[in-house]
Design a protein. Structure first.
Length: 208
């Protein structure tokens, strides 16, 4: 309710120009306030989004249970300008692309962990289920880190350090996720990347 209503307010302020991107989350530490939700995070994300989209549609209040046990209709104040909330699903795995097609969602992808060829191939996972679910295949948006100034050389010089720091933090977060997993058979354990091995990769990525 809070997510839908706060974005409805922004939709009014922007005169109907907002859209949101969602993700189910992937790092166990992100669920410190709701650890029980981690295992079912994808299903809970789907359920929560369905509630948000139901509340968003004009003239369609959502029925919820009040503290006394009675059921009441709740709706957004203010109501949004757009009839449908534009939603992008952050996707990496093929399963996420398939879910986007089934739910009629756009896709937000990034090039840190998948290539353009892989994104193009996975788009077929949207195109197949979308018509069966009564949806058109949505847009695929590529997340590209961008910094713009009047001079290209100055832009690279100013952005290179912060971009390296960001990429380094991404590697460190991934390493902490691997460390937080319970012990598994040796054959199933992921390959760990040391900081010394990661440094030249980060440097090359920052120069791209």
């Amino acid at each position: 309710m809070r997510v839908a209503e706060e974005w409805s307010l922004v939709d009014n302020l922007s005169k109907g120009r907002i859209g949101i991107s969602i993700a189910s989350g992937w790092h166990p530490h992100d669920f410190v306030f709701a650890p029980e939700a981690y295992a079912d995070r994808r299903e809970l994300c789907t359920q929560s989004l369905a509630t948000i989209r139901e509340l968003w549609r004009r003239g369609a209040p959502s029925t919820s249970r009040a503290a006394a046990g009675d059921r009441i209709d709740v709706s957004l104040v203010p109501m949004p300008v757009q009839h449908e909330l534009p939603v992008w699903l952050t996707c990496v795995q093929t399963e996420s692309y398939r879910r986007a097609g089934e739910q009629g969602l756009n896709v937000l992808a990034q090039l840190q962990n998948q290539s353009l060829d892989e994104i193009a191939e996975r788009f077929a996972s949207i195109a197949r289920p979308a018509p069966r679910a009564g949806h058109d295949p949505g847009h695929v948006t590529i997340l590209v880190h961008t910094f713009v100034t009047d001079d290209a050389v100055a832009a690279r010089a100013k952005a290179r350090g912060p971009l390296r720091d960001y990429l380094r933090s991404h590697v460190e977060i991934s390493q902490r996720k691997l460390a937080s997993r319970t012990a598994r058979p040796r054959s199933a354990r992921p390959i760990s990347i040391s900081c010394s091995n990661a440094r030249p990769r980060i440097m090359r990525a920052a120069r791209r």
